[in-house]
Design a binder for this molecule. Sequence first.
Ligand code: NAP
Length: 252
Amino acid sequence: MNLSDKHCLVTGGGSGVGAAIAVHLAAYGANVTIMGRREAPLKALSEHIDTMAYCVCDVTSPSEIATSLASARTMFGTIDIAVANAGAASSKPFGKLTAQDLTAMLDVNLLGVFHTYQAVLPDMLAAQWGRLITIASTAGLKGYGYVSAYSAAKHAAVGLTRSLAIEVARKGLTANAICPSYVDTPMTDRTIDNIMAQTGRDKQAATQALIAGNPQGRLIQPAEIANTVAFLCGDQAAAINGQAISLSGGEI
Ligand SMILES: NC(=O)c1ccc[n+]([C@@H]2O[C@H](COP(=O)([O-])OP(=O)(O)OC[C@H]3O[C@@H](n4cnc5c(N)ncnc54)[C@H](OP(=O)(O)O)[C@@H]3O)[C@@H](O)[C@H]2O)c1
């Protein structure tokens, strides 16, 4: 596959899953713009790849997205592929959850996707071609204890993606969600640290508690998500629309 005529936006592209996706798409020849709030990881990833640029941008702010995209378009042209990957997770028992906790999860995991897609949609509609890819979670397809706010936001992101897919279906665009179970990234490292702090378990036992839900008994690798994104970008994936693709070793 050759993506050298495509400009891909990857939100949260400075670390973890987003970084793997950005590097993978660049390897297929794409021009890639990565976004995040911290400059250091964005700069470190992009400085050795000629076809990658970065914008410091908080995806919960539509005005920051608009400013960032204006500069990204100057560099690489209009956006063809948007990977709404930026996200955050928090955990609390439901009884201790506050409305602010829920709002914080919705802000980044749902409104971040919403603002990103609203900003790139005109480019794709004008081109009559586009790929909108949401990095959701198995928590967007089923419930898990202690993450009801995160799970609610990810279910909502899946619903947004599925509905948008219907609206753009005859316009050359597809919209799909990818739903991984626990992935080997800094976010999961923080979850493991949290389990250790809450339960007194050691790192191995805390990790085991996470991977027990995956029938393959392992963490998903960021490269596996990047491969799925690249597949969805190809013209051979044009019929895949409105799907929530589980990458979970058979958990769901
Ligand atoms: N790790 C897992 O087990 C797992 C499982 C299923 C789904 N996911 C999803 O996969 C995606 C990537 O997560 P990850 O595991 O790679 O975690 P990660 O390493 O913590 O990466 C999250 C990225 O999102 C960026 N980000 C967070 N809030 C942002 C905001 N408001 N505006 C712009 N960028 C923001 C972060 O950069 P800054 O902090 O610099 O902004 C960071 O680069 C998330 O949507 C996550 O929910 C992860």
